[in-house]
Each structure stands twice: as structure tokens, then as C-alpha cells.
Design a protein around this ligand. Structure first.
Ligand code: MG
Length: 379
């Protein structure tokens, strides 16, 4: 394998830290040419020194180190375009990651995508952009990475179902009636994965799985009715596919993001991993059905795919605004799904025409959800 040139975005966040772990052990395979962080300047500089990186961007505040030669969200786009690289790994959290994904594809770089919002917000537009520029979107999300590896072996018409696994989040053992009064800290304690606050809350509500259903629909060109969710509490089974003969194929390993990240970067090759391998004796792979009453937000995600157009965008934007309000202690945990549903009941465009149109509709959606929040404030 030729040494691939990389840009790592969101290098100090949860995906970024796992990426760095991979890169430290794979210096013969990867050459980091550009790096960004939002606010963690000290770690950004440390990483730049470790890997001898010349293009460094801080997006969230004024940099105090002179080595940082790009700043702000505009600077980030410039850095992506100016830096010679084969792959941009996008580990930015939330809708803020979309502009970087566009810049990566527009400048002819493959996109290793941990930022699921890119696909959920921009669906067909982002896929068309990748195609037009002859670039690849390489899934990093563990479920999609699993499916991506599993479908390699089959013609598309042989695959009848994609089955996404979910841990069940922080509240999988709680009763529905006790969810109303859960605290922000309780929602932030994920049972198996250590991740940033937004995605951890999204795991507790199951909005994360909703986003992943939408992501799988676009990435693998599968209709919503062929995308299923099943709970695997220990997170050993990272997803499954079913073929038309009824067989199930699954990808099973310890929960460790470094492997899907490495697979995205090494694609189409597979490299040895440094992380521990799962030993099967004593392991039970129990599955449970998704409780739709407990996780009502999942229904909204399927509704988004039924309506298409701006509805996946509405699902994402309403959820981001609602989660921020919950973290702020302005609404109850159970209000998150209610707000998403109410926002999606509004009329939204049936087609998104351009990336500019996406940003315009995105702010309209956020204003609607914020208006609802003003009326639901619990204190
Ligand atoms: Mg995932």
C-alpha cells in the first residue's frame, strides 16, 4: 500500500483521538498533512509536532500559537482545499461538519466520514458531488463500516435487509415512565461507547440510530423498509445483513472505534489492528427488539425517509436544537422526541436544490424548533 496523505478534522475529539491512536501505530501507511481542532489548542499543537504537520487549523477561537496557520470555519475550508491529500477524515461533531465534507469532495479528496450529519442533511446532493468529482465516501460510523465490509461479498440484489445494531443507550434498563425526569448527567453516561456529549444524548434517545437509518439509506441505496434496528446491549455485533436466502451475516468485535477508522483509511486494503480481539468463549450475543414506545424518535427518522426532501434535514436540525435545550436544562429529556415530531409535522420543501438551499432551510427549521421550545420550557 502506498503511503496515503491525510487531513484529520476534529483531531482532539472522540473520533480524532481514536484516529491518532491508529496513526501512531501506522506511520508507514499514513502521512498526516493537515489537522484541525475546535478549541483544544494545546493538544492540537502537540499532535502537529508529533506528526510534523505543517497545515494546522483552529476553528473555535483566536489561536495563540504562531504555528497555527489557518483559523475559523473559513480557514478550515481553505486548509482542506490547499493541502495536498488523498483522504479527509471528518470527525467534526454535528451539522458544522457539512461544509468540510463538501470542500473535501470538491477538491478531489476521498471522504472518510464519521460526521453522519453530512449524509443526513445533504443526502443525494453529497452523493452526486462525490460522483462528479470521482471521489469516494468511506464510512467510519461503526454500523456502516460493518455493513460496508459485509456487502463486499454479495451482488446488491442478493441483499434483502440491513440490520443496524444499537446498544440501547444510557437508559435501556429504565422504565418509560421514569424517563421524564432523567438528568443531563445520567443521559451522558453511555454503557459501552465513550463519545462526545451530543452523540451520547442521541444514543439515550435513539436519535443516533434514527440518523444512522437515514445514513444507511443514502450510503447503501437501500429503501427504508429494508433497514432494521435491533438492540445488542453489549455492542459486540456492529451490524448484520440478511441475504434473500434468509442467511444472516454479521460483523462481531469488541466496541473499539479505532478499527472502523483504520478500515476507512486503508480501504480497499485491510491492515492488522492493534486493538484487542474478541475471544468468543463466555460471550453471549443476545438481541432484543427495539421498544418503539420508549424510543419514539426512531419513528420520526423513518417518517423523514418516507417524505424525503428536507425532512431528514428537519429531523437532524430539530434534534440538534432540542438536545442543546436539554443540555441547557430548558426542557425535559422526553421533550426532545416531541419537539422533533412537532417540527417535522410542519410543511418542508420536497426537494433540496443546492447546498445554499440546505443552509437556508436548516435555519428555518431551527427557528421553528426554538419557537416550540419557548412554549415548552419546564422552568
Ligand atoms: Mg454508530
Amino acid at each position: 500500500m502506498d503511503r496515503k496523505k491525510l487531513i484529520v478534522l476534529g483531531s482532539t475529539g472522540s473520533i480524532g483521538r481514536n484516529t491518532i491512536t491508529v496513526l501512531k501505530s501506522k506511520k508507514d501507511y499514513f502521512d498526516v498533512r493537515g489537522i484541525s481542532a475546535h478549541t483544544d489548542e494545546n493538544n492540537l499543537i502537540k499532535l502537529a509536532k508529533t506528526f510534523d504537520i505543517k497545515n494546522i487549523c483552529l476553528t473555535g477561537r483566536e489561536p495563540s500559537f504562531e504555528e497555527i496557520n489557518y483559523k475559523g470555519s473559513g480557514g478550515l475550508i481553505e486548509m482542506i482545499k490547499n493541502t495536498e491529500a488523498d483522504i479527509v477524515l471528518n470527525g467534526i461533531s454535528g451539522s458544522a461538519g457539512l461544509a468540510s465534507s463538501i470542500a473535501a469532495l470538491e477538491s478531489g479528496k476521498d471522504l472518510a466520514l464519521a460526521n453522519k450529519e453530512t449524509i443526513v442533511m445533504a443526502g443525494d446532493l453529497i452523493l452526486n458531488l462525490a460522483k462528479k468529482n470521482n471521489t469516494n465516501i468511506l464510512p467510519v460510523d461503526s454500523e456502516h463500516s460493518a455493513i460496508w465490509q459485509l456487502i463486499r461479498g454479495f451482488k446488491k440484489e442478493y441483499i434483502s435487509e440491513l440490520i443496524l445494531t444499537a446498544s440501547g443507550g444510557a437508559f435501556r434498563n429504565r422504565s418509560i415512565s421514569s424517563l421524564k425526569n432523567v438528568t443531563v448527567n445520567a443521559a451522558l453516561a453511555h454503557p459501552t461507547w465513550e463519545m462526545g456529549p451530543k452523540i451520547t444524548i442521541d444514543s439515550a434517545t435513539m436519535a443516533n440510530k434514527g440518523l444512522e437509518v437515514i445514513e444507511a439509506h443514502f450510503l447503501f441505496g437501500m429503501p427504508a423498509e429494508k433497514i432494521k434496528i435491533v438492540i445488542n446491549p453489549k455492542s459486540y455485533v456492529h451490524s448484520l445483513i440478511r441475504t434473500i436466502d434468509g442467511y444472516l451475516y454479521s460483523q462481531i468485535s469488541l466496541p473499539d472505534m479505532s478499527v472502523p477508522i483504520q478500515n476507512a483509511l486503508s480501504w480497499p486494503e485491510i491492515l492488522p489492528a492493534n486493538s484487542a480481539a474478541l475471544e468468543l468463549p463466555g460471550i453471549s450475543l443476545d438481541f432484543q427488539a427495539l421498544d418503539e414506545e420508549k424510543y419514539p424518535i426512531v419513528k420520526s427518522a423513518y417518517y423523514a425517509l418516507e417524505k424525503k426532501g428536507a425532512y431528514p434535514l428537519a429531523f437532524n436540525a430539530a434534534n440538534e436544537v432540542a438536545v442543546a435545550a436539554f443540555v441547557d436544562d430548558s426542557i425535559a429529556f422526553t421533550d426532545i422526541s416531541v419537539l422533533v415530531e412537532k417540527t417535522m409535522e410542519k410543511e418542508w420543501p420536497s426537494k433540496l436544490e443546492s447546498f445554499a438551499h440546505i443552509m437556508e432551510v436548516d435555519s428555518q427549521i431551527r427557528r421553528v424548533t426554538e419557537e416550540f421550545i419557548k412554549r415548552t420550557r419546564h422552568n
